[in-house]
Design a protein around this ligand. Sequence first.
Ligand SMILES: C[S@@+](CC[C@H](N)C(=O)[O-])C[C@H]1O[C@@H](n2cnc3c(N)ncnc32)[C@H](O)[C@@H]1O
Length: 206
Amino acid sequence: MSEARRIVESGYDSVAERYLEWSARIADDPRSRFLGELTGRLDDGARVLDLGCGAGVPSTAALAGRHDVLGVDLSAAQLALARRNVPGARFERGDMTALSFPDGSFAAVTAFYSVLHVPREEHGGLFARIAAWLRPGGWFLAALGCSEANGVEAGWLGAPMFFSSHSPAENRRLLEAAGFTLEVDEIVTMREPEGPATFHWVLGRR
Ligand SMILES: C[S@@+](CC[C@H](N)C(=O)[O-])C[C@H]1O[C@@H](n2cnc3c(N)ncnc32)[C@H](O)[C@@H]1O
């Protein structure tokens, strides 16, 4: 396992409960609007893969209300919370860049604030694998980073944490190269407890 992944895994293992309390204090997170954009396009019971599902709330839980959801996360502590919080979904521990599924396995793949912990030189390859896991016409909804971050923040919620992202233009280029047509492409700033934070929301159709 790379040093970046070790930092992310042990970081979330130690801050899992704190992250949940902290994220619940973000009053203007736009995720429910974008989740609505996705679920309005999916049939009941559709198979959905949630990458970097964290503690499963609020997104995996919202998806599991109507869909057949598999959540994957690198952190055992996050998964323990997710299994408790969302009994209606299945969860597996894994690295999203090292998963394998037969082509066309899912109607949708989601990744809320999680790809930004994967080294950015791997984003293009990850997007291509996600496209292959989707059936034709399937959807990829993600909140991507959009700064040029690429390294370790020493004291994020009390633990070192690795962040890595591209500009919106490069996110778009990589997603389109992977075969996605973007139906939603928005840069949204929300108020985290420490101040404003901006993310690139995309909903791509394979
Ligand atoms: C910022 S949290 C977001 C959690 C959840 N998606 C949410 O929106 O609340 C990022 C999550 O991605 C997970 N993660 C980071 N890198 C990962 C990887 N390579 N494979 C799987 N999960 C990963 C972390 O363990 C963490 O739970």
